[in-house]
Design a binder for this molecule. Structure first.
Ligand SMILES: C[S@@+](CC[C@H](N)C(=O)[O-])C[C@H]1O[C@@H](n2cnc3c(N)ncnc32)[C@H](O)[C@@H]1O
Length: 508
């Protein structure tokens, strides 16, 4: 059970519906009023007298809600009807207790009445008595007799989240409240304390009343720029010294009217770090949980081109995407490695986001050596390679007993544009060729050289696992013509072998 020691005390009750207006609104944009709600308010009940009639379990819960809000609580109930928690509150002198049944004079001089009785008739009678005397009343389990309902509440220091279903679904309100609280970064109450301190500082920096607009605008900009996750990082300011240093830096930005990145004001004992992440084949749901987390956390993400925007949207730090240098991939590679190094030199966590798996045909190994030579050991996060996901997208089991017992993954374009050395035909092999589109004709000739029969099935899978995915079947003989006829474009994977026909009814 929570205690009632919180210094922040509002008592959530619902009365009606809220609406924001701005000066730029016109009648056409004004919200259409939907009646039937409650007024949602944080009622200041501190020091006011609240009478609870009954001493059972419900009374125990109400006492907690009321004492959190610093109300003065009086419980009327004979001792026999007291729940152990209510007894505990009485013994602890947290509430006043009248050891008897309710009498009408009990409501004299009180500001609010709550009934928590099993006796329905008596509850209704007390409800009507309060209505006559214009004392707000809540009659447990009788919604029409309630002037207000209790809201499902989440408390974390100064943060209070209250959910109302207008008396229609207390359990549902509870579930919505839990979901809302779970969506927040951890220790949001502490974050609010820090932001509260920042607001107070801003008033110190700019005390003039006439400049309240400037203060408010700047604090709003801070909230917008940092977002909830950024603001939550203020909790990293553990000592008074760290807090003072951060606020001093912020003061400089405030004076200039700017807002820094949150990292620029936090203590920077962070070590530079480089992570090579496999971005999978294109579907944002096909990246690993760890990749998703690191993309969200990284200060700087340097991405390959062609990574879909839904994956890039996960990035919360700075994002830079490799530029296209037509026919000059070395220059592009050099530039993006330099971006990574610049970030590392600033002490950032840099993520190098690569298509598919970072160590399969994507210079991942070379990048590791490059970073090592400069004193950084990359961390590696595997990704789903198109070498496997593309055949799967085309329903090709790359191994299948009696049909294919080997998978050979190869590139269609070797270093400096050289041709790969393809293996001699083996009827139980599946060949998976990446980067083959521009080389279809040469690859076809080489396959014939390697004794591939011309009717062996092939499959082109273009943009596998992306919305624009295309799957085109053919034979070794037709594989190059298909590229022209169907205008197949990179990125595409070529699969060659009899495993293609196992689950697909195709005419080679
Ligand atoms: C530089 S390689 C990178 C491979 C990557 N590391 C992997 O594991 O998938 C680029 C080639 O991967 C293949 N590729 C990557 N994503 C693909 C996709 N969504 N659909 C088809 N092929 C893809 C294409 O053959 C493309 O030319």
């Amino acid at each position: 059970m929570p205690t009632s020691q919180f210094p922040y005390s509002s008592y959530f009750i619902t009365f009606q519906y809220t609406h924001n207006m701005s000066d730029t609104d016109t009648p056409a944009t004004y919200e259409t009023i939907q009646g039937g709600g409650s007024l949602v308010v944080a009622y200041q009940i501190a020091g006011k007298k609240v009478l609870i009639v009954g001493g059972g379990n419900v009374a125990g819960q109400r006492i907690v809600s009321l004492k959190i809000a610093d109300a003065q609580v009086i419980v009327v109930s004979p001792e026999a009807g007291l729940h152990p928690e209510v007894k505990f509150r009485i013994e602890n002198k947290e509430v006043e207790w009248r050891d008897r049944y309710f009498i009408d004079q009990d409501v004299d001089g009180v500001d609010m009445v709550l009934t928590a009785l099993d006796d329905h008739e008596e509850s209704l009678r007390i409800g009507h008595l309060c209505r006559d005397k214009r004392i707000p009343v809540n009659v447990a389990d009788v919604p029409p007799m309630c002037d207000f309902y209790f809201m499902s509440q989440h408390r974390d220091g100064p943060l209070q989240i209250a959910v109302s279903t207008n008396g229609k679904g207390p359990k549902l309100a509870n579930m919505v409240r839990v979901a809302a609280a779970n969506a927040l970064p951890d220790h949001m109450g502490d974050t609010i304390e820090k932001m509260g301190k920042l607001r107070a500082k801003v008033r110190e920096w700019e005390p003039e009343m006439k400049n309240s607009g400037k203060r408010m605008t700047w604090v709003t900009k801070v909230c917008d720029k940092w977002g909830l996750k950024g603001m939550a990082r203020l909790n990293d300011l553990k000592t008074q010294e760290q807090e003072d240093a951060a606020f001093n830096k912020l003061k400089e930005y405030f004076i200039m009217g700017g807002v820094p990145e949150i990292d620029a004001i936090l203590p920077s004992d962070k070590k530079p770090r480089i992570t090579l992440i496999g971005g999978g084949p294109g579907d944002p749901e096909l990246i690993t949980v760890k990749a998703k987390r690191l993309l969200e956390e990284a200060d700087l993400v340097i991405s390959d081109r062609l990574i879909p925007s839904q994956i890039l949207d996960l990035v919360q730090g700075e994002l830079r995407i490799a530029r296209k240098f037509t026919g000059k991939s070395d220059e592009a590679q050099e530039e993006l490695m330099q971006w990574c190094l610049d970030g590392l030199k600033k002490g950032l966590h840099v993520v190098r986001l690569k298509i598919g798996d970072p160590l399969l045909f994507g210079r991942g190994g070379e990048e590791i050596i490059w970073f090592r030579e400069r004193g950084f050991e990359p961390e590696l996060i595997a990704g789903i390679s198109s070498a496997f996901s593309a055949p799967m997208a085309a329903m090709i089991p790359v191994t299948f007993r009696g049909v294919s017992d080997q998978v050979i993954i190869t590139t269609g374009r070797g270093t400096k544009g050289s041709m790969p050395d393809l293996p001699v035909y083996g009827s139980t092999q599946t060949l998976v060729v990446l980067m083959a589109v521009g080389r279809a004709s040469e690859l076809r000739s080489m396959l014939f050289d390697r004794q591939y029969p011309q009717d062996v099935p092939i499959c082109w899978i273009e943009n596998a696992n992306c919305p624009e995915e295309r799957i085109i079947y053919g034979s070794v003989d037709s594989m190059a013509n298909l590229v022209e006829e169907k205008e197949i474009k990179a990125p595409a994977v070529l699969v060659v072998g009899h495993s293609i026909s196992v689950l697909n009814n195709i005419q080679a």
